[in-house]
Write a protein that binds this ligand. Structure first.
Ligand code: BGC
Ligand code: CA
Length: 342
C-alpha cells in the first residue's frame, strides 16, 4: 500500500514537472518563419534544393527556437510571384527566400520587403547587381555559372580527345547541338558561352548544327531533340545541355527512335540529380556537373539564421558584399558512385 502511494506521488510529480516544463519552454520558444517562394514547383533541381533547405532549417530548431518553413509557387509568372510574396509578408514571415521568375524584375519584391524590414535571400536566379544593392538586407546564393560551363567543356573535351569514334564522320570537327535552358537566365547564358569556349580552347574544332531553348525541361527537350534527329540524323556527334533534365530528354528522344548506342552522340548535362547520376553510370549520358544543392541550401539557411538574429553576415563569407557562390564538381563514370552516396 505504502509503496503504491509513493509510486503515485512520484508519477504525479513527474507529470507536473513534464507539463510544467513544456508549458514553460513553449512560452520562451522564438519562432522563425521562412517564406520560400519558388519560380515554379515543377523544376526537379529546385525541388531537390528545397528539400535540402527544409532539412537544414529544421536542423536549427531547438528548445528555444521553432522554425517554420512555408513553400509557395510563383507559377512561372512574376506577377503571381509578387502577390505570393505579399501574402507571405502579410502572414508575418521573418525571412524571405526567393527564386525569381524573372531575375530582372525583383524591384516590387524588394520594395515590399524593405517596407516590412524583412531580409530577402534570392537564390538560383541571380538579380543584377544594381538591384541587389537597392537595400542592405538583400543577398544572393547560387552556383558559379561560369565554372559549370567550363567543367562541362573540360569533361567533353577530354572524352572527345580520348575517343576517335566521337567524330563519327571523321571530318576533324565535332558537330554539336546545344540545348539551352531559358532566355535571360544567367546559368543558360553563361554555361552556353563557357562550355563552347572551353572546348574550343582545348583545340577541338566545333561546328554548331543547332541550338534550341527547352526551358530546362525534359519533355520540351525530347521534342526539340526528336526534330533535330529527324533533321540531322547521325550527323549529331555531341549534345551539350545546360542541365540534366534536358540531357535526359535528349536520351529519351534517341530511345524513342530506337537508336543503337554506337549511333548516338555524346551527351552532357549539369546538376547531378539522381536520374542523371544513374544515366552516367549506365552510360546513356557521358557526364554531368554537380550543382551543389546541399551547399546552396546550407548557405541559405545559415544566412537566414544570421539575419533572423539581427546580425550581418561576416564580410569574408561574401563575394562583392552580397553574394555567395558555391563551386561545382565534375561527374563522370569514374567518380559517379561517390555522388550517389551523398
Ligand atoms: C539548374 C536547372 C534549373 C534552373 C532553374 C539551374 O541552375 O541547373 O536545372 O532548372 O537552375 O532556375
Ligand atoms: Ca565530325
Amino acid at each position: 500500500m505504502k509503496q503504491y502511494q509513493i509510486r503515485s506521488i512520484l508519477i504525479g510529480c513527474m507529470l507536473l514537472c513534464l507539463t510544467g516544463c513544456t508549458a514553460n519552454s513553449e512560452k520562451k520558444r522564438d519562432v522563425l518563419r521562412v517564406g520560400v517562394v519558388l519560380y515554379t514547383q515543377d523544376d526537379p533541381f529546385i525541388n531537390a534544393l528545397t528539400d535540402c533547405l527544409k532539412e537544414d532549417l529544421a536542423g536549427y530548431e531547438s528548445d528555444s527556437l521553432k522554425v517554420i518553413m512555408t513553400v509557395r509557387d510563383g507559377k512561372n509568372d512574376q506577377k503571381i510571384q509578387n502577390e505570393v510574396v505579399k501574402e507571405m509578408l502579410d502572414a508575418g514571415c521573418e525571412i524571405l527566400a526567393v527564386d525569381l521568375v524573372d531575375r530582372t524584375e525583383p524591384s516590387n519584391i524588394i520594395k515590399m520587403a524593405k517596407k516590412e524590414n524583412i531580409p530577402v535571400i534570392f537564390f538560383n536566379r541571380e538579380p543584377v547587381r544594381e538591384d541587389l544593392m537597392q537595400w542592405d538586407k538583400l543577398y544572393y546564393v547560387g552556383g558559379d555559372a561560369r565554372q559549370s560551363g567550363m567543367m562541362q567543356g573540360e569533361i567533353a573535351a577530354d572524352m572527345i580527345r580520348d575517343n576517335d569514334a566521337v567524330d563519327r564522320n571523321q571530318d576533324g570537327k565535332i558537330q554539336y547541338v546545344l540545348l539551352e535552358g531559358e532566355t535571360g537566365h544567367q546559368d543558360a547564358i553563361i554555361r552556353t558561352d563557357s562550355v563552347v569556349k572551353t572546348i574550343k580552347e582545348q583545340g577541338i574544332i566545333l561546328e554548331r548544327l543547332s541550338f534550341q531553348f527547352a526551358n530546362w525541361n525534359r519533355g520540351q527537350a525530347e521534342n526539340k531533340m526528336t526534330q533535330l534527329i529527324n533533321q540531322y540524323g547521325d550527323e549529331i556527334e555531341l549534345v551539350l545541355s545546360n542541365n540534366d533534365e534536358m540531357a535526359l530528354g535528349a536520351v529519351a528522344a534517341y530511345d524513342a527512335l530506337d537508336y543503337d548506342k554506337d549511333r548516338r552522340p555524346m551527351i552532357f548535362g549539369i546538376d547531378g540529380l539522381e536520374g542523371a547520376l544513374d544515366a552516367v553510370q549506365k552510360g546513356t549520358i557521358q557526364g554531368t556537373v554537380y550543382n551543389d544543392r546541399h551547399g546552396q541550401a546550407e548557405q541559405i539557411s545559415r544566412l537566414a539564421m544570421t539575419l533572423f538574429q539581427g546580425q550581418t553576415p561576416p564580410k569574408e563569407d561574401l563575394e562583392n558584399e552580397r553574394y555567395i557562390f558555391l563551386p561545382y564538381k565534375k561527374v563522370t563514370v569514374e567518380n559517379v558512385e561517390s555522388f550517389m552516396e551523398q
